[in-house]
Write a protein that binds this ligand. Structure first.
Ligand SMILES: Nc1ncnc2c1ncn2[C@@H]1O[C@H](COP(=O)(O)OP(=O)(O)OP(=O)(O)O)[C@@H](O)[C@H]1O
Length: 237
């Protein structure tokens, strides 16, 4: 029996308006169709500038969509994220779609442990339970315990990335978007993240990621979505 879909993208299009260049339109993605399947990891493929990050940002509601739909199963119902109100998008982020960005947006004075625990608290868990799970993840990702009470602003690139990963993986969201989550990690921590991705898959989560490292990509990808297939016809632009 085939696994159910967690997200269905149809006819997705995106262009940027360059306001400082006489409002010229820069089409980036056109007619993108793909699905994310529960329990599988799909990887966005294609050369630099093909539009991989733009797709991830549209799926998280960071970029507005010019055309098409992004249908997710949210609160048991099919919901089109492309046309959703900001409040609905925040609700979907809280409960359904998680995101590990490439760089941590640091919050002043908030400890590393609380930065990681926060999304779980937002999704309704108690503070103690959230702190316990955050500690477990930080331990697993080899972040020294002496750093847990400190704000991550001064942490190294790899330490900040591990905070970001723990923050993205702590919730039980059914969809997880990953933007180069292993780029700044050493081999040992990269292996931990690969294991964590495998566990998410086993739990039925649908993952979509960008991984430039070919070894990592080969290790996690159940399917590659080639973004060059969604290139707009630039002659018509
Ligand atoms: N906010 C923006 N404003 C204007 N143009 C943008 C914006 N974001 C992306 N673009 C343009 O859209 C195109 C696709 O960029 P995107 O970052 O999605 O590509 P990518 O495939 O993720 O590239 P890379 O592998 O280098 O990260 C690029 O030509 C880029 O300049």
């Amino acid at each position: 029996m085939s696994k159910p879909h967690a997200l269905i993208v149809s006819g997705l299009a995106k262009s940027f308006t360059m306001h400082l260049r006489g409002d010229i339109e820069l089409p980036v993605i056109s007619g993108a169709d793909f699905v994310l399947t529960c329990g599988q990891c799909a990887v966005l493929g294609g050369p630099s500038g093909a539009g991989k990050s733009s797709i991830l940002k549209m799926l998280y509601g960071n970029y507005a969509v010019n055309a098409g739909s992004i249908v997710v199963r949210h609160r048991g119902r099919e919901t089109d994220l492309a046309g959703a109100e900001p409040r609905k998008i925040l609700e979907i982020r809280r409960e359904t779609i998680g995101y590990v960005s490439q760089f941590l947006r640091v919050m002043p004075r908030v400890s590393a442990l609380d930065v990681v625990a926060e999304p779980l608290v937002f999704s309704g868990a108690g503070r103690e339970e959230a702190a316990r799970r955050a500690a477990g993840l930080l331990q697993r990702l080899n972040l020294p315990e002496r750093l847990w009470a400190l704000p991550p602003a001064t942490f190294s690139g790899g330490e900040q990335q591990r905070i970001n990963i723990a923050r993205g993986f702590i919730t039980d969201h059914s969809i997880l978007l990953l933007d180069e989550p292993t780029a700044s990690l050493d081999a040992a921590n990269r292996a931990v993240v690969l294991q964590m991705i495998a566990e998410k898959k086993a739990a039925g989560v649908a993952l979509l990621g960008i991984f430039h490292d070919a070894d990592v990509r080969d290790a996690v990808a159940d399917t590659i979505i080639d973004v060059t297939g969604f290139a707009p016809d630039r002659r018509a632009a």
